[in-house]
Design a protein around this ligand. Structure first.
Ligand SMILES: C[S@@+](CC[C@H](N)C(=O)[O-])C[C@H]1O[C@@H](n2cnc3c(N)ncnc32)[C@H](O)[C@@H]1O
Length: 253
């Protein structure tokens, strides 16, 4: 049986990884000191992997875009930003931030083959029961020469400990949002991308420790807008991909 976990902002208890959690947390998305705070930091780090568009009408497809937290970080880069997500309440907010919303599944996006110059899949693969299908879909959407950028959680004991047993007790991650059985083995991900024509490079990432501790302290003291004062923790590279990692790679022509 699946275990359930309650978050403070929730009025009901849902199974782990139940997408209805995002409806219950709809007011949290854009709060810089809310439970999705870390997604803001990760979006900035993901966007840093996306180069400026090299042609007019370039398209960035954001699989599992949520409320469009990537949007401000890619806004000046010259892409039309299309976001695909299961959760309508999140898509409404993404649209308000300039993302063209598409309600759909990351494993079957209603978009044409090769339409995308960039596909972003940030913090979504570990929420998809068939993550291999989402990877196949991401690669299908990429034009030859197009870029895949993603970040996700590795599938091992340490990752489950850090992301679920510790992370979900911190105010930066909603409790019960992850089902650790869905975490994505880094080697399997590289192999799956290769099968679909994308040679993926990986690097581990983590929040900068001093920044994170300072942020947690300010938040615990109740400082309003703790992360909006320019002191939000940065996501920095780390040697190990054992927990949180980024991947990027170009689709072969
Ligand atoms: C942790 S949030 C990440 C959102 C966004 N990528 C970000 O980094 O801010 C996961 C998002 O994936 C969406 N999601 C989960 N499973 C999905 C699926 N099979 N297809 C499309 N979206 C999905 C959820 O609705 C949620 O918005």
């Amino acid at each position: 049986m699946r275990d359930a976990a309650a978050a403070p902002t929730r009025s009901r208890v849902l199974p782990r990884n139940d997408p209805r959690q995002y409806d219950d947390l709809v007011d949290e998305w854009w709060r810089p000191d809310g439970v999705f705070a870390m997604l803001h930091w990760l979006a900035e780090a993901r966007a840093a992997l996306v180069p400026p568009a090299d042609r007019p009408d370039a398209l960035l497809v954001d699989l599992g875009c949520g409320a469009g937290l990537l949007a401000p970080h890619v806004a000046g880069k010259g892409y039309r930003h299309v976001g695909v997500d299961l959760t309508r309440s999140a898509l409404a907010q993404a649209a308000a931030h300039g993302v063209t919303p598409v309600n759909g599944d990351a494993t079957a996006a209603p978009l044409a083959n090769g339409c995308a110059d960039v596909v972003a899949a940030g913090e979504v693969l570990e929420h998809v029961p068939q993550w291999r299908s989402a990877v196949a879909e991401a690669c299908r959407l990429l034009r030859p020469g197009g870029l895949l950028v993603l970040d996700t959680l590795n599938d091992n004991f340490l990752s489950r400990l850090v992301a679920v047993h510790i992370g979900e007790r911190l105010p930066t991650v909603p409790r019960g949002i992850h089902d650790p059985r869905l975490f994505v083995d880094a080697r399997a991900l590289v192999a799956e991308c290769a099968r679909h024509g994308v040679t993926l490079q990986l690097r581990g990432v983590r929040p900068e420790v001093r920044g994170l501790l300072g942020w947690l302290l300010r938040r615990a003291r109740g400082a309003a807008g703790a992360a909006s004062d320019g002191r939000a923790p940065r996501i920095v590279p780390t040697r190990s991909t054992a927990v949180l990692y980024q991947g990027w790679g170009v689709r072969k022509g």
